[in-house]
Write a protein of this length. Structure first.
Length: 193
């Protein structure tokens, strides 16, 4: 519900007979009214269910693999001038991977006690001014040259942050994949149409 004064409440209406199977309480749930005492007392709301979890090395490597793999799909779409495909790969897939690695970096800096917000809405609070500038430059308009630029900035930012995460946990960063993919991206960018 969104009220004219700007307040918003997310409500879930559940039939009483399905309460036990449908009621999914998370750490932000707050009971506004329970006249019959059906739900009972809940802990004070906080964001503990939304705190960033530590990655395993395999999760980290899988994330790196996905990032570098998808950037090649973006390049393919850009070279073919398939705007919707290229932008989907860049904005939906690669961006989500970039957000995840930045979340891990923020979690490291906050001892896994802070949330970066849904889709990184609090990134500006945690990133250095230079990293925030880089992050904003990963967004593009529909001009193919600008998308290429945003893609390379995204690669640079991913590399910086992922290396920091790898170093913190003692993980191996796949630098050879990084270098090979970036060389491939540059090659595709310079192919004749």
């Amino acid at each position: 519900m969104w009220f004219k004064d700007g307040n918003r409440i997310d409500l879930t209406l559940i039939p009483l007979e399905k309460k036990d199977t449908l009621l999914q309480i998370d750490s932000l749930t707050q009971v506004l009214l329970d006249k019959d005492g059906i739900i009972g007392d809940l802990p004070e709301p906080d964001d503990r269910d939304y705190l960033i979890k530590k990655p395993t090395e395999q999760e980290f490597l899988d994330l790196c693999n996905e990032f570098w793999w998808i950037t090649m799909n973006t390049a393919k779409g850009l070279w073919r001038e398939e705007l919707s495909y290229a932008m989907f790969m860049h904005e939906q897939i690669s961006r989500n991977v970039l957000i995840k690695v930045i979340e891990w970096d923020i979690a490291i800096r906050t001892d896994f006690q802070r949330s970066a917000g849904k889709l990184g809405k609090y990134f500006k609070e945690f990133l250095s001014a230079d990293e925030w500038r880089q992050f904003t430059q990963t967004y593009s308009n529909s001009d193919y040259c600008n998308i290429w630029s945003a893609l390379f900035v995204m690669c640079d930012l991913f590399r910086i942050v992922a290396n920091r995460v790898a170093s913190h946990f003692g993980f191996r960063y796949p630098m050879e994949d990084d270098q090979n993919v970036v060389a491939f991206l540059k090659e595709v960018q310079n192919l004749p149409k």
